[in-house]
Design a protein around this ligand. Structure first.
Ligand SMILES: Cc1ncc(C[n+]2csc(CCOP(=O)(O)OP(=O)(O)O)c2C)c(N)n1
Length: 347
């Protein structure tokens, strides 16, 4: 209970920290918060065990922290430091860390599930008792690719759990306008696998459903779809003031905050005292202060590093991934062409 609370609070506090840093111009790229839906990511991430793989969406920081990702790695990544997981070349959580069982988001929505199916298939082929879990927004679940991924995982009985997060909005599109289903848990009906609907803002309910679905997958009984009912309390990202969201809807969901609800539960049923929870929040703040100072003192990548680990279609003229001249690399286009020619001739 204490670990779950700590993870919930860490997720929120770290995102708040990132928001402040975004406003100070420290964050390079976008910031997509999970305010109001932290319980789904934390509950699912906490149910995974060593050796399992998780594929988060941009809004599942809580699952990564539950998997043991150090907040400093998150801060490094968002501030594009040289030592960050993407070496300063990408932001948010678009990183894959095989040793931690993390498959990063893939921007064309729905695609990530298809890739994770390959990971799940490899576990089954090798007869390893490992399982996969991934998240999809209800918007992503409307893509053809998502349907292909779900159909394949179900047909092959892959050891995978898909968590469909019904948070009501996909950017500015309300969920009722993209599906005829009244209950989103009905979307799983067509795939012939168990579908479990949960209150996505109740971390214990999410954890129980995830643990059961993962055990099922581990036992060789195939995929489960969990539909978590929740709400995106902020805009799509920092640039989106969510003016299209009715105020009364926000007000109603504010009353159903996942962290406040869990605090009330812990205190009311005597699991934790209010002062213990306060101590946890203070510890998290101290940890984040330290982590922020440490990371901001780290350097950005050297300009030369812009050329390493980047892949593009070198067959086209120029260098497709640069928008203008790179200082110090005036002859880059020529060198890229020479390299392509040499490679083609060499092979
Ligand atoms: C195939 C595809 N279409 C559109 C986009 C642009 N896009 C990125 S996130 C997003 C909204 C996603 O909504 P949802 O899947 O419900 O997740 P949420 O943002 O609500 O967590 C859109 C439309 C994309 N990345 N890929």
């Amino acid at each position: 209970m204490r670990s779950l609370y700590r993870l919930l609070w860490l997720t929120r506090a770290l995102e708040e920290r990132l928001e402040t840093m975004f406003k100070q111009g420290q964050v390079v790229g976008g910031l997509y918060r999970s305010l109001g839906q932290e319980a789904t990511a934390v509950g699912c991430g906490y149910a995974l065990t060593e050796g399992d793989w998780v594929a988060p969406s941009i809004r599942d920081l809580g699952a990564l922290l539950a998997r043991g990702l150090d907040p400093r790695e998150v801060l490094r990544q968002y501030t594009a430091r040289a030592g960050s997981l993407c070496r300063g070349k990408d932001n948010t959580n678009h990183f894959t860390v095989p040793e931690k069982g993390i498959l990063g988001p893939i921007s064309p929505l729905g695609t990530q599930l298809c890739v994770l199916n390959g990971v799940a298939l490899s576990f089954r082929t090798r007869r390893e008792p490992r399982v996969c879990l991934t998240f999809q927004g209800e918007g992503a679940s409307r893509t053809g690719t998502s349907h292909e991924g779900l159909a394949m995982a179900a047909a092959l009985e892959l050891p995978i759990v898909v968590v469909l997060q019904h948070n009501r909005w996909a950017f500015g599109t309300p969920s009722h306008s993209v599906a005829a289903v009244k209950q989103w848990s009905d979307v799983a009906g067509a795939y012939g696998v168990p579908a479990v609907g949960v209150d996505g803002n109740d971390v214990l309910q999410v954890y129980d459903a995830a643990a059961e679905a993962l055990a099922r997958a581990r036992a060789g009984d195939g995929m489960t779809i969990i539909v978590a009912e929740t709400y995106r309390m902020l805009g799509h990202a920092q640039h989106d003031g969510q003016k299209y969201v009715p105020e009364q809807e926000l007000r109603a969901w504010r009353e159903h905050d996942p962290i406040r609800g869990f605090e009330d539960y812990l205190v009311e049923f005597g699991f934790e005292s209010a002062s213990t929870l306060e101590e946890i929040r203070t510890e998290v703040a101290v940890e984040l202060d330290r982590a922020t100072d440490e990371v901001l003192a780290e350097s950005y990548p050297a300009a030369r590093e812009a050329l390493t680990g980047v892949y593009g279609d070198q067959a086209s003229a120029g260098v497709p991934w640069t928008r203008g001249p790179v200082p110090g690399y005036e002859d880059l286009a020529r060198r890229a062409r020479d390299f392509t020619t040499a490679t083609v001739e060499g092979s």
